[in-house]
Structures are given as structure tokens and as C-alpha cells.
Design a protein around this ligand. Structure first.
Ligand SMILES: Cc1cc2nc3c(=O)[nH]c(=O)nc-3n(C[C@H](O)[C@H](O)[C@H](O)COP(=O)(O)O)c2cc1C
Length: 326
């Protein structure tokens, strides 16, 4: 049995967000109090066939612990090999992606397509568990089902548990919903009642108050925040203030600038400058949402030639933060 307390004892997680939650963003979130971090999803086939291209996704710093690597794929033996390969990097857990709804992934039978093939999903968990042995815990992240007429999250969750998963995470939308509509927290509550292993709740947490509400409504063990943390990594610290019975303050202009600059600096420690300058565009888009003059700043950011120019734009361009960020 693994001690899971550092992962599931009312912890705040940053959701894996491909294209966003790289080391730069994860380290920024860590500065703002996030408890648990996960890699962006990594292709098991990529790791086994040509690991040079995918290996960067596995890298993390000690500061990011507890840290999990998320893998996706549809072949149990390749998934098991990939899980074993990941052990070389000493993550704190391995997560299997059975929730990704995007075409490129589901057409390969991976991600949420596995919810239509519970036998294969079960085989994957069993083989990965066998490969990991007693080393580190194994988790599965999945959705409510393929579509509204095939909501199988209860049976599926119990099957993942019985196949050997140590804990689970539910994002209660269907594959067909992608990211539209609302996540159905009732599914988290019902699944929690069925399970003997811990469950992490996820979906549409945009404020610290919603964290409290999800705990109350679902009795889940921990909570994972994705889009609500984009451009707002302070949501974790604010939530902890609220959980401690305190009120939390808004972010000041200086704090916002410092957060973006720290994010750029962290990113530069892990990626080449031209990649950082390109990738920070979408991150800064989130940071500057609701900012007076934000559109003009984003236009300039999109044309920045190097990180010095990017830093200068942030220093000088964020001057009037009239709309309060909570
Ligand atoms: C841009 C983007 C990328 C995502 N990438 C991943 C991923 O790599 N692995 C994964 O399990 N889920 C991924 N997700 C789903 C999120 O982890 C999360 O389950 C979903 O966004 C719902 O949580 P939220 O409402 O807090 O964002 C992604 C979502 C978005 C919007």
C-alpha cells in the first residue's frame, strides 16, 4: 500500500493542460501554492519508439514535487513499457489519460476512446501496475463517458479500481461535450460513493469559492484546477486562504507583473529563447484578460523578437489593471 496523503488529502492539483502546463507554468503555480503537479500528456508510443522527441515532457525539477507523469496510448504492453521507462525520471506517480476527447488521440483508440473499450482500459491498468510493481502509485483520469447515452463512469471507475489503480480523477463531461456545457459534479459525488480508493474532482473550478463548493457537494478527496489557473496561478494561494477561514485579496498590478516575469524566467530555464517567446504569447493572453489596453499589449507581445523585449512589454505595458482579478 502506498502512502497517498501528499497527493489526495484535500490537496490542490494543477490539471495537465497540453500546451500550457510545462515546467515554466508548473514552477510558477508552485510559487503560488499548488500542491500537486502533472506533466502534459506524453505519448507512450512516442516514448518507446523515439524517446528523444518526447523525453522533454518527462523532465521536472525537485521543486515541482509531488509530480506525476501522464501517459496516453491504447496498447497495454506499450503503455506498461512507457510506465517503466518513466521510472528512470523518478516521478511520484504515473497517471493514465483516459479522458482526452481530441480526434487525433481518440482515433488511435487512446484517451476517452478507452471508455468505449473497458476491457482494453482494464488491461492497460493491469499491465502498467505490473510494470510499476510497488514503486509508485498509478492513477487514471477519465470522463463521464463517451456521450449522454453511454454514461459509464460508475462501472468504469470501479473497474479501474479493481484493475489496480491507486486513485482516480474524474472530469465529469462526455467525450462528445469536449469542453462545452457544464461539468456535472453529481457524477463526482456518485462515483465517490462507489469507490474504496480516493477520487480527485475536476471541472469548471474558476474561483476559490467553487473549490469549497465542490468539496461540499461531492465529498471528493482532492481538487484539480485547469483552465481556472491559466493566467491566474494565484488561485491556489487564494483558495488556501479561504480554506484557512481568511478572506483573500485581489492581485495587485505589481504582483501580476512579477508573476508573468517569473513565469518567463522559469520558462527560459527549460526551453530555448525563441520557443519561450512564441509559447508565452498564449500564456500572456490569459494573464492579460480583462486588462485595460490588453489587446494592444497582446498585439505587441505577438511581435516581440526576444525575451528582453517581452520582459520590457510586461514591465511597461501592464499599467492599468482596472478590472480586478479574483
Ligand atoms: C488546452 C487544454 C489541454 C488539456 N490537456 C490535457 C492533458 O494533457 N491531459 C489531460 O488529462 N487533460 C487535459 N486537459 C483537460 C484538463 O486536464 C481538465 O480535465 C479539463 O480542462 C477540465 O478542468 P477545468 O475546467 O478545471 O479546466 C486539457 C484541457 C485543455 C483546455
Amino acid at each position: 500500500m502506498h502512502d497517498l496523503s501528499h497527493l489526495i488529502d484535500k490537496k490542490l492539483w494543477l490539471a495537465p493542460l497540453a500546451g500550457y502546463t510545462d515546467q515554466g507554468f508548473r514552477r510558477t503555480a508552485k510559487d503560488w501554492g499548488v500542491d500537486v503537479l502533472v506533466s502534459e500528456m506524453v505519448s507512450a508510443d512516442g516514448l518507446i519508439r523515439d524517446s528523444r522527441k518526447t523525453i522533454d515532457y518527462l523532465l521536472f525539477t525537485e521543486a515541482e514535487r509531488p509530480f506525476g507523469i501522464q501517459i496516453f496510448g491504447s496498447n497495454a504492453l506499450i503503455m506498461a513499457q512507457a510506465a517503466e521507462f518513466c521510472l528512470r525520471f523518478s516521478p511520484d506517480f504515473i497517471d493514465i489519460n483516459m479522458g482526452c476527447p481530441v480526434k487525433k488521440v481518440v482515433k488511435r483508440g487512446a484517451g476517452s476512446a478507452l471508455m468505449r473499450n473497458p476491457e482494453i482500459a482494464s488491461h492497460i491498468v493491469k499491465e502498467c501496475k505490473r510494470a510499476l510493481g510497488d514503486t509508485i502509485p498509478l492513477s487514471v483520469k477519465f470522463r463521464s463517458g463517451w456521450d449522454n447515452s453511454s454514461l459509464n463512469y460508475l462501472d468504469f471507475g470501479v473497474l479501474m479500481q479493481d484493475s489496480g489503480a491507486d486513485f482516480l480523477c474524474l472530469h465529469p463531461r462526455t467525450q462528445k461535450q469536449m469542453f462545452s456545457g457544464k461539468s456535472n459534479w453529481e457524477h463526482i459525488k456518485l462515483l465517490k460513493q462507489q469507490l474504496q480508493i480516493p477520487l480527485i474532482g475536476n471541472g469548471d473550478i474558476g474561483t476559490p469559492e467553487l473549490v469549497m463548493q465542490m468539496y461540499k457537494e461531492t465529498a471528493c478527496d482532492s481538487i484539480m484546477i485547469g483552465r481556472g489557473a491559466l493566467g491566474r496561478p494565484w488561485i491556489f494561494e487564494q483558495t488556501k486562504e479561504l480554506q484557512a477561514g481568511n478572506s483573500y485579496g485581489s492581485i495587485t498590478i505589481d504582483q501580476l507583473k512579477a508573476a508573468v516575469l517569473a513565469h518567463i524566467d522559469y520558462a527560459l530555464q527549460h526551453k530555448p529563447e525563441h520557443v519561450v517567446v512564441r509559447e508565452m504569447r498564449s500564456q500572456i493572453c490569459h494573464y492579460t484578460k480583462g486588462l485595460n489596453g490588453g489587446a494592444e499589449l497582446r498585439r505587441k507581445v505577438n511581435q516581440a523578437k526576444d525575451s528582453a523585449e517581452l520582459r520590457q512589454l510586461i514591465q511597461e505595458g501592464i499599467t492599468d489593471y482596472a478590472i480586478c482579478l479574483s
